[in-house]
Design a protein around this ligand. Structure first.
Ligand SMILES: [Zn+2]
Length: 199
């Protein structure tokens, strides 16, 4: 058995906690940073420290934010009657880049997944209900992914909207079922938005 530095082992263990990083990739990254790019290693460490210390969640939409209210929620130019529900901050970024939407968002930070123990509480449903309670929202646009769990989450939220007499719509994916919003191109995303149907 190869005997390695405890610090290198700790670094590899830490890297393996990243999504999609297995033992080989963790080792490659660790050796690269230590062997060839220590400046990058220090930059990454510093950026991580700062992001973890500064970034919290917007008290309104739940997206990442350094302030209590994010810039989208605080903007007077956003249409407050339209609320778009997405699974992740990455999905929000994709929609913003498509330019298809000028309303406000709610970011679930996940999707319902009973098998993984992720229920309504874990995806911020009580906060979403508070937001709907406010009375400004007229239409809830369900932009969760076209996966089984994404569809189940959309259905669950549409029932909440219906109980409050609000219109719920589902974006029309021009992609096969299983498509994840983050990877859909801007044009398709804009079409999916304009072609949304009542849910
Ligand atoms: Zn916000």
């Amino acid at each position: 058995m190869v005997h390695e530095s405890e610090a290198i082992e700790a670094l590899k263990r830490a890297l393996r906690r990243l999504p999609g990083i297995g033992p080989k990739a963790a080792q490659r990254i660790a050796f690269h940073l230590l062997g060839r790019d220590r400046a990058a290693a220090r930059d990454i460490a510093r950026a991580l420290e700062q992001a973890v210390a500064r970034v919290g969640h917007c008290q309104v939409c739940n997206n990442f934010s350094e302030t209590e209210m994010c810039t989208i929620c605080a903007s007077p130019r956003r249409a407050t009657g339209l609320l778009c529900v997405v699974e992740s901050p990455a999905d929000l970024v994709s929609l913003e880049q498509s330019g298809a939407f000028s309303g406000t968002y709610f970011v679930l930070m996940g999707r319902l997944s009973p098998l993984e123990g992720i229920g309504p509480e874990q995806i911020g449903i009580p906060r979403l209900e508070n937001l709907l309670e406010g009375g400004a929202v007229r239409e809830v646009i369900l932009a969760t992914n076209a996966t089984v769990e994404g569809e189940a989450t959309a259905h669950y939220i549409s029932e909440i909207a219906h109980r409050r007499g609000l219109l719920a719509t589902r974006i029309a994916y021009g992609v096969p079922v299983g498509g994840e919003l983050e990877y859909i191109d801007r044009g398709t995303l804009a079409k999916a938005f304009s072609g949304r149907r009542e849910a």
